[in-house]
Design a protein around this ligand. Structure first.
Ligand SMILES: Cc1cc2nc3c(=O)[nH]c(=O)nc-3n(C[C@H](O)[C@H](O)[C@H](O)COP(=O)(O)OP(=O)(O)OC[C@H]3O[C@@H](n4cnc5c(N)ncnc54)[C@H](O)[C@@H]3O)c2cc1C
Ligand code: SF4
Length: 498
């Protein structure tokens, strides 16, 4: 029987998204293409490749169980899979939900696929556009408050619950001195036959530690993790949101980003679960607000920045950062910096690190060392379980590397060893001394931090948010010597161990 086909992309794995929401086995056939070109196009982290491919195969199986005719195609490329499907089934038309990346939307247009608006995010770019109006850009805080009001989340009438919009002040505590086991261990999952098959096919192209059940690959598994998070972890979310500990990789982070990004979870259900726990008195307001801010604020803001500024945005390099990615990023043994080694090894083991480790350790280091932002983006994209172009590009180019010259962030997120020492337990026992700016054991973060503001003083002295740091760098007694040490560190980064 000739039916229209819905092409489902690998990050749209939810029955309630866009085109699939209104479809039944009687009205539509489904096409999912597993493209060998995509899998072998880069050296992915094995947990990331496994997560995406296993989630696709299991979602296809769930649709089949529901009665859909699913054409799950193994093909050399998306185009090849699509063409073969059309030849075999002669669908009346092929339709899809708007893909989540610029490249996939271009491909859909080239293939003549009709697309319907995506419901995978809470703020569609058209809605964002009408909120923005003629303004050049919107601050995340304004966007977030608008989202709170229009979605009626954490609102008491027209006022924010508890009378305040923002609990950042309470949520930036350093790590506690003791009780580092207070955060519940994340749920684990048994690997099944499908997982093992997938691993066999992707493993040879990948790097990193094989999965041991850290990441679920079904909607049921994702829902279980969401419930576990809301019941057991969310009450602790706020306070130490920005803290880092070498002995604890998750703290109170939700670990929900991979599921949200491939559609196994939808943002509205996560937000509803968090708000409902707060309303029942099970979660304090600073934790509920801090978490909801990430989902309806940051996540949706980043999504809309992507659509507002791509494709040119991904190529921006306003600070002219040209350094190649140092070998330590692919081999953590090549650094003696305790903070970098801990975060890089964690990524090898789990394909994950939490936000502050991404922003204030890896991103900060890439920024102050002048690493090429496109190379850094690519490495992060290959390495992280939750990576996707729409979220990786604005977070790297804009938020962490200031490569957009300040379109997204109003200041560069640069800091020295003092910040890392305050917010983590890495510095104690490190080969370097976070207070030193000169000498063999000078902390690379501290040295490169001051050097960064000296290198870019003309630009940043005009920025009110960091002008003070620039003037402090100019006034350092030893700034000549410090710049010599910085050059040595930068040189050593290319070949030796730093
Ligand atoms: C340099 C850099 C690269 C990043 N790359 C990615 C990426 O590829 N994929 C990705 O999903 N996130 C990325 N982020 C954002 C953020 O670090 C992760 O979403 C978060 O660490 C995921 O872990 P979690 O689910 O435990 O988060 P939690 O701390 O529990 O936060 C809850 C949720 O909020 C959302 N969120 C929070 N901050 C952001 C943000 N800045 N942008 C988008 N969503 C946000 C995520 O969906 C996350 O699951 C990046 C941030 C930086 C600074
Ligand atoms: S001393 Fe410097 S390099 Fe060592 S852990 Fe602290 S910030 Fe990192």
């Amino acid at each position: 029987m000739s039916l229209p086909t819905i092409l489902v992309f690998g990050d749209q794995l939810n029955r309630r998204i866009g085109m699939l929401a209104g479809a039944t086995p009687q009205t539509h056939r489904v096409l999912i293409v597993e493209s060998a070109a995509k899998i072998t196009s880069r050296k992915w982290h094995v947990q990331r490749a496994h997560f995406i491919v296993a989630s696709m195969r299991k979602f296809a199986a769930e649709l089949s169980t529901e009665g859909f005719h699913v054409d799950y195609r193994f093909a050399r490329s998306m185009r090849e899979g699509f063409d073969a499907h059309v030849r075999e089934f002669q669908p009346t038309e092929v339709v899809a939900t708007e893909p989540n990346s610029y490249g996939a939307r271009q491909l859909a247009a080239r293939l003549g696929i009709h697309t319907v608006p995506s419901t995978q995010f809470l703020c569609h770019p058209d809605e964002y556009q009408s909120f923005r109006g003629s303004r050049k850009s919107i601050k995340m805080e304004d966007f977030y408050r608008w989202q709170r009001k229009r979605l009626n989340v954490l609102m008491d009438g027209d006022e924010p619950a508890g009378g305040r919009w923002n609990f950042d002040e309470e949520n930036r505590q350093p790590p506690p001195k003791t009780g580092h086991d207070r955060w519940p261990e994340p749920l684990r999952y048994e690997l099944d036959e499908v997982d093992r098959d997938v691993l066999e096919s992707v493993q040879k192209h990948c790097f990193g530690t094989l999965p041991e059940g850290q990441w679920a690959t079904t909607r049921d598994g994702a829902l279980a993790r969401m419930r576990f998070f809301v019941d057991r972890v969310l009450p602790l979310f706020g306070e130490h949101e920005d803290a880092m500990l070498k002995s604890n990789w998750h703290l109170a982070h939700s670990l929900l980003s991979p599921y949200l990004n491939v559609g196994l979870l939808l943002p509205e259900e996560v937000v509803t679960a968090a708000e409902s726990a707060f309303r029942k008195g099970k979660v304090p307001l600073n934790s509920a607000e801090g978490f909801i801010r990430q989902i309806i604020g940051w996540r949706e803001y980043i999504w809309n920045c992507y659509w507002q500024w791509m494709p040119e945005y991904g190529l921006m390099n306003e600070l002219g950062a040209r350094k190649d990615l140092p070998p330590m990023f692919t081999d953590p043994a090549k650094t003696s910096m305790a903070c970098m080694k801990s975060v890089l090894s964690g990524i090898h083991e789990r394909s994950y690190s939490h936000h502050i480790e991404r922003l204030m350790v890896l991103g900060n280091f890439a920024l102050i060392a002048g690493i090429n932002p496109q190379q850094f983006t690519r490495w992060m994209w290959n390495s992280y379980i939750d990576a996707a172009e729409w979220v990786m590009v604005p977070n790297v180019i804009g938020m962490s590397q200031y490569a957009d010259g300040g379109m997204l962030a109003t200041k560069p997120y640069a800091s020295g060893g003092a910040y890392i020492d305050r917010m983590s337990d890495h510095c104690k026992g490190c080969a370097y001394d976070r207070k030193k700016r000169t000498g063999e054991d000078a902390c690379p973060f501290t040295v490169l931090y001051w050097d960064f503001f000296l290198r870019h003083q003309d630009r940043f002295v005009k920025n009110p948010r960091v002008a003070r740091q620039v003037r402090a760098a100019q006034q350092l007694q030893d700034n000549d010597e410090l710049q010599v040490v910085a050059v040595k560190i930068l040189k050593k980064l290319d070949t030796g161990t730093v």
